[in-house]
Design a protein around this ligand. Structure first.
Ligand SMILES: [Zn+2]
Length: 255
């Protein structure tokens, strides 16, 4: 039976003399494994589609739950992410994390779209590696059901005063005002599982939550705020995923 999918290769490995096994994150079928027979001598028109990071419309032959690639129409190979080790490391990390949150036989189009937008921004140098990483991490956490209420204090339910020091309790995914968290501007910056968050970073987090998917990278922050944002987004996402990612260790080793 033939089956059409839109998907991106998030992992590739050699199989036998002349074939590849592709791990593909699809729009509607979760993560699937596709055999590309003779991939190393495959038709030139399909060659770019059987490489890691390539997004294509694929025609697959499906038998007993196994997929074989019949034909592919390349959408984008994001080839430029290979131009620096940092970009390559980030692209690998984005792919591994996206694949890990995709649900089998389920609609994953929002996760796929976020991954494609991130790889697009990265391959076209629209933003820095650290910036794309931070935006991706927080947006993904929101997309998979962990969007925090970023407007009101979870304890006293008053609107957060952005001129004061507010705290994000990363463990519980809640914001606390300065009075409820006990943090004052001059005292501590970390409180239990809470991290004090500057106004600039709160604005950035709000932007990442609310922006249209095509506009998520269309804002700027200064270097200090990006550093703060990046720490928060990484902790926030990984407390929820509870999984080790080799690609994150690699990315950190090159940044
Ligand atoms: Zn409060």
């Amino acid at each position: 039976m033939h089956h059409k999918v839109k998907g991106i290769v998030i992992k590739e490995s050699s199989q036998g003399e002349n074939s590849k096994l592709l791990t593909v994150l699809t729009e509607l079928d979760g993560v699937i494994t596709v055999k590309a027979k003779g991939a190393r001598s495959i038709l030139a028109s399909n060659l770019k589609s059987v490489q890691i990071f390539a997004c294509s419309n694929m025609l697959l032959y499906c038998k007993n739950g196994y997929y074989t690639l019949v034909d592919a129409e390349l959408i984008d190979d994001f080839y430029a992410v290979r131009e620096s080790i940092e970009s390559f490391a980030l692209a690998s990390y984005l792919c591994e994390v996206s694949g890990s949150v995709a649900i089998k036989d389920s609609e994953n189009s929002v996760v796929l779209q976020l991954l494609l937008n991130s790889l697009y921004a990265l391959s076209r140098n629209f933003a820095s590696v650290r910036f794309i990483k931070a935006v991706f991490e927080f947006r993904l956490a929101c997309l998979i059901g962990f969007e925090p209420d970023i407007n009101t204090c979870a304890k006293c339910e008053t609107e957060l005063d952005l001129s004061a020091q507010n705290v994000l309790d990363v463990q519980n995914g809640i914001f606390l005002c300065s009075a409820c968290s006990g943090v004052t501007e001059s005292s501590v910056t970390e409180y239990g599982t809470g991290i004090s968050v500057s106004r600039t970073v709160i604005d950035a987090l709000r932007y990442i939550i609310n922006a249209k998917s095509s506009r998520i990278f269309s804002f700027t922050v200064d270097d200090n705020s990006l550093c703060e944002l990046g720490k928060i987004t990484e902790i926030y996402l990984h407390l929820r995923l509870e999984k080790k990612y080799k690609t994150l260790d690699f990315l950190k080793s090159v940044l």
